[in-house]
Write a protein that binds this ligand. Structure first.
Ligand SMILES: Cc1cc2nc3c(=O)[nH]c(=O)nc-3n(C[C@H](O)[C@H](O)[C@H](O)COP(=O)(O)OP(=O)(O)OC[C@H]3O[C@@H](n4cnc5c(N)ncnc54)[C@H](O)[C@@H]3O)c2cc1C
Length: 471
């Protein structure tokens, strides 16, 4: 339990100025990017190094004080809402790139490094860190690792997990462990590195990260394919892949999303078509040309009414930036934007897109759909108003049915945003009780006092969505 004594001991560890407990600070860290979840922490603590974090962990474990590690708070699953109070732990002093190793093609960083900064720094050396969540201008690498984030380049290059080689982690009892390292091969015991990736701050605190880098691709090309029929666009996705082409990016935007994105970005996107595919390929110039040519042909064969290849890198960049702004653009329309990430096998994209439209109509709710079509990872996004309780009820029913449909099609309730507090109630759809039981046992082994980010992943008494409490 958090007491004045605990606060004093925290100040002894990190220094008085690194413990904030004013009402304004508590309010600022009571929520994240997820609508409808808010809860006040007892204090906000900013350690300077791993040793301080180990001492904080011991203290909080002894006093059973919850710890909510927080990167930039951009998660969309209520992953950093301090549901049971306790301390929010920030990494603002741990934001240095420690080493770029050009011999081993790795980068070692502290968790508070901004994702885009990391990407830009390695690109200066002709190296490449592919995971590119749309939030990368704001998110931190520690947050990306704990959500196992994906991005627009995920189809060809995979997600964050595929690049994490080594981690330093502080466990709830204060032990500091190192998992993995700069090793292409390492089978010494259980793969703890992978266990921590995507663990949503529920098992330990990541304090140092070693990531794999690739050579920067020589060139890239981007194109847009326009459709009068959503089904034809979705069908094209399957056809490109079945033709053995893996583009870097294969994104889908429906008409409502297109209109809003164009209004936001003003780059001349077509708004009179039903759907658009944004396709990018990278690699050596010859293969990129060959793939782009072939994909344009496949788009036309599958009833694209127009296919345009970006004429310059600037035009290409404008298109991908516009796609990355989809959520921000949609969020301007209504007071509340709920973005989900139901994911299905790629071959089921057409069925899922159709099902979302039918479900939205059934519950009379406003859902736009865009997303990483090549990954089967769609973002049905509901524009609503949290103050309209009756509508919110219909929104919840619609999303529940969307998750059920995704699982029925062989998919999952979340492809990249994590479970957090938001989807804890739906986890059983994907894992069943036995699967959840196995995960609970892992959690108990690491964190018997349940101090690490309590109320996340595992449902227990978490009510659906509406957690607006003050501790
Ligand atoms: C506009 C927008 C676009 C987005 N686009 C994408 C996208 O394309 N792809 C995607 O996958 N996600 C996307 N997201 C979701 C979100 O940005 C990602 O999940 C991101 O990785 C979160 O990073 P963060 O630094 O904000 O972490 P936070 O939100 O602060 O934290 C995320 C989780 O990590 C834990 N955590 C953070 N740091 C540590 C640490 N050092 N040790 C232990 N646990 C830690 C937290 O407790 C929490 O559970 C988007 C969000 C927004 C708002």
């Amino acid at each position: 339990m958090f007491t004045d004594q605990v606060k004093k001991q925290l100040e002894d560890i990190v220094g008085e100025k690194n413990v904030a407990a004013s009402n304004a600070s508590k309010l600022a860290y009571s929520y994240d990017a997820t609508p409808q979840f808010q809860s006040l922490p007892d204090a906000i603590v900013s350690p300077k190094n791993t040793q301080e974090i180990a001492e904080i962990m011991k203290l909080c474990n002894e006093n059973k004080v919850p710890i909510v590690p927080r990167g930039s708070g951009t998660n969309l699953s209520a992953g950093t809402t301090p549901i049971d109070g306790g301390i929010v732990l920030l990494f603002k002093h741990m934001n240095n790139i420690l080493e770029i190793d050009e011999n081993n093609l790795t980068i070692t960083t502290q968790p508070g490094v901004n994702t885009l900064h990391l990407i830009t720094e390695v690109e200066k050396l002709g190296l490449f860190y592919p995971p590119d969540p749309s939030s990368m201008k704001i998110s931190q690498i520690g947050g990306n690792i704990n959500e196992n984030s994906g991005g627009l380049r995920g189809l060809k290059y995979g997600v964050t997990r595929d690049y994490v080689m080594g981690l330093e982690v502080v466990l709830p009892n204060g032990d500091i462990i190192r998992a993995g390292g700069k090793l292409a091969k390492d089978v010494a015991g259980y793969d703890l590195t992978r266990l921590f990736v995507g663990s949503e701050g529920t098992l330990g605190i990541v304090t140092e990260i070693t990531l794999k880098l690739l050579p920067l691709p020589e060139t890239k090309k981007t194109m847009l394919a326009l459709y009068e029929d959503i089904h034809a666009a979705a069908q094209t996705v399957s056809k490109i892949l079945s033709n053995r082409i893996i583009p870097t990016t294969l994104e889908f935007l429906d008409q409502p999303t297109l209109k809003v994105v164009e209004d936001f970005s003003n780059i001349g996107l077509p708004t009179d078509v039903k759907a658009v595919l944004l396709i990018e390929q990278d690699g050596d110039a010859q293969s990129v040309d060959k793939d782009i040519h072939k994909m344009a042909e496949i788009c036309r064969e599958n009833h694209a009414i127009q296919v345009d290849v970006a004429k310059s890198p600037e035009e290409a960049e404008a298109l991908t930036t516009a796609r990355r702004s989809a959520l921000s653009a949609l969020a301007r329309l209504k007071p509340t934007t709920i973005l989900e990430d139901a994911t299905v096998p790629r071959s089921e994209i057409a069925n899922m897109v159709e099902a979302i439209a039918i479900i939205a109509e059934k519950y009379d709710v406003d859902i736009c759909t865009f997303g990483h079509a090549g990954d089967g990872n769609l973002h049905p996004t509901c524009l609503t108003d949290v103050r309209d309780k009756e509508e919110i009820h219909r929104v919840e029913q619609a999303f529940e049915e969307i998750f059920e449909k995704a699982v029925e099609l062989g998919g999952t309730i979340t492809g990249e945003h994590g479970v957090g507090a938001m989807k804890a109630d739906y986890l059983h759809l994907k894992l069943g009780e036995a699967g959840i039981g196995a995960m609970r046992n892992i959690k108990k082994a690491f964190d018997p006092n349940n101090i690490m980010n309590p109320g996340k992943i595992f449902a227990k008494n978490s009510p659906k969505r509406v957690v607006v409490s003050q501790s």
